[in-house]
Design a protein around this ligand. Sequence first.
Ligand SMILES: [Zn+2]
Length: 549
Amino acid sequence: MNRVLMLCGVLACASAFAQPPDTILFNGRIVTLDAASSVHQALAIRDGRIVALGTNAQIKKLVGSESRGRDSIVDLKGRTVIPGLIDSHMHAIRAALSFATEVNWIGTKSIAEALARLRDAAKTRKPGDWLIVAGGWTPEQFAEKRAPIQDELADAAPDNPVYIQLFYRWAMLNPKGFEQLGIKEDKDVPPAGRLERDTGGHLTGGISGNTQTITALFARLPKPSFEEQVEGTKKFFKELNRLGLTGVIDPGGFGMSPPDYRALFKIWREGTLSLRVAYTIFAQGRGKELEDYKALTQLLPMGFGDERLRFNGIGENVAWGVYNNDNPPEAAREQFTEICRWAASQRMSLNIHWHNDSSVGFVLDTFERVNGEHPMKDLRWTLVHLEDASEATLKRMKSLGVGWALQDAGYFEGEQQLKEKGAEAMKRIPRMNSALTIGVHVGAGTDAHRVMSYNPWVALRWMLDGKTVGGTALRGPEETPTREKALRMYTQGSAWFAFAEKERGSLEVGKLADLAVLSKDYFKVPVEEIGEIEAVITVVGGRVLYDKR
Ligand SMILES: [Zn+2]
C-alpha cells in the first residue's frame, strides 16, 4: 500500500472512531492480503474490528489509557501475521463431539509413536473404556509404511477395547474390542464387511468394507455424553485456533442429525465459541430429504445466525441417491432436481460432494436447468472435492457462479490417484491456477476428519509442493499456486463460501479482527517447513483466544 492510502487508513480511524483502540499489535510483518497485497508493521483493533493499519509510530500514537496489558499491546517481535485461516470444508462439528474422548494419530511418524498415544490415553482412562482412533492417519505416514497389527494394539492397551479406523474402508479392533461388540464371525459385521484373515486362515483383527460398513461399525461404539461433547467441542476448536484457524464451513456428515448440534449451540449461547462456523444440513431420512429440509428450515432461513454461527444452506449430501454415486438412477436424478429447484426458489445455498469429473456433467446439467427457472448466480452453490475438475467443468461452474471447495485429499491419497490416473494427469490435479484464471471461487481446506488431518499447514504445503504424505511429488508447476495465492484460497477464498468475504479473509480497516501470529514466516521458510507452522497467537473478533507466548 502506498503511503497516502496508509495514512488515510489511520485518519479514517481517527475520525470514525473517536475512541482509542482497545488492542494494538506492533513490530510485526502484517500480511493483509488486501487488493494491493500490502504489508504493515502495526494494526489497531476496537470492538472486534480492525480500525487502523500503519507503521509502529502511527499505530502507537492511537493508544489511549484503555489499551493496557499483555493482551492489549502486543509486541509481535518481528513475527508474521496473516488473516485467520478458514477451512472451506471441514466436518468440524462432528469431529469436535468426540475430540475429548478419542485418540488421534495426526502427525505421528512411526507406529511406535502412534502406539505411545494409545498407551498414554490408556493411562488417563478407566480399564474397559474404549480407545478410539477414528481416522486422520494412513500407513504412508509411518516409517514402517504399514498399519499396526492387532498384537501391537493389544500390547499398547491391554485393559481397554481399542478401535482404529483407516479412511472409510478398514478398521481394526483388539480382542477386547471384538468381545465388547460381540463380533465373532463375518455375519456379526455390518453389511458388505468381512473379517480379514491371514494366509493361514487366522483372523488378523482387521475388518474391511465400504463406507456403510465402517459407518455402521463406528455407530456401535459408545457415544460421548453431552458433557463430553461440550468439552470436545471446546477443545477441538481451540486446537484449530492453535493452527491459526478462525473459521470453518461445516457440511454436517454421516450420522449428523439435529441433536448432534446441541453442544455447538450451547457454546455459542455461552459466548465461548472460539471459531466462526457456517453450517449446512446434511440429508437426513433417505427418500424424504426434501420433506426434512422443508421442515428443518421453517424457522431457519438461509443466513440465519450471527457472525460466530450462521446457517449456510444444505449439503454436502443433498440426496442419498446421488451421494457417492457416479451413475444415479432416473428416480434419484429427478429427486435431486426437485431439491435443487426448491433450494434455488428459497434462495438457499447448496453444496454437493462429488468426486469425478467424468460424471459431474449430470450435476451441472441439473444446475443449468434450475438456473433457467431460478437464477442461482448469487446463491454460491458449491462443488466439493472434484479434484480432477477439467477446464470445461470449471468454465461451466464459473458461468453458474458455482464455487469449488477444494481439499488436500491428494496428500493422503495421491499414490492411489497416481495408479488410477497416471503421472501425466496428476501434474494438473487439481487445476488450482486454471480455476483462479477462469474466475471460479476456490476455497481451500481439508475435509477433516475421519479421513483427513485438519492441519491447514499440511494442506498449504501440499498445495505448494504437490507431495503426498509418502513424499511422492505429483503436481507440475502449471497448477502450483504462489504462496500468496494459496493463502488467499485459505482465507478470503473460503470466506466467500460463508458469504463473509467482506467481513473477513483479509486484514483491512472495518473488517473483523480475525488473525494469526505465526511461529515461522510462511512466506520465507523453505516449503518443507510450512507443514510445521502453527500460531503463536490467534485472535478472533479482536480477542486473543489462543496464546502460547
Ligand atoms: Zn466432506
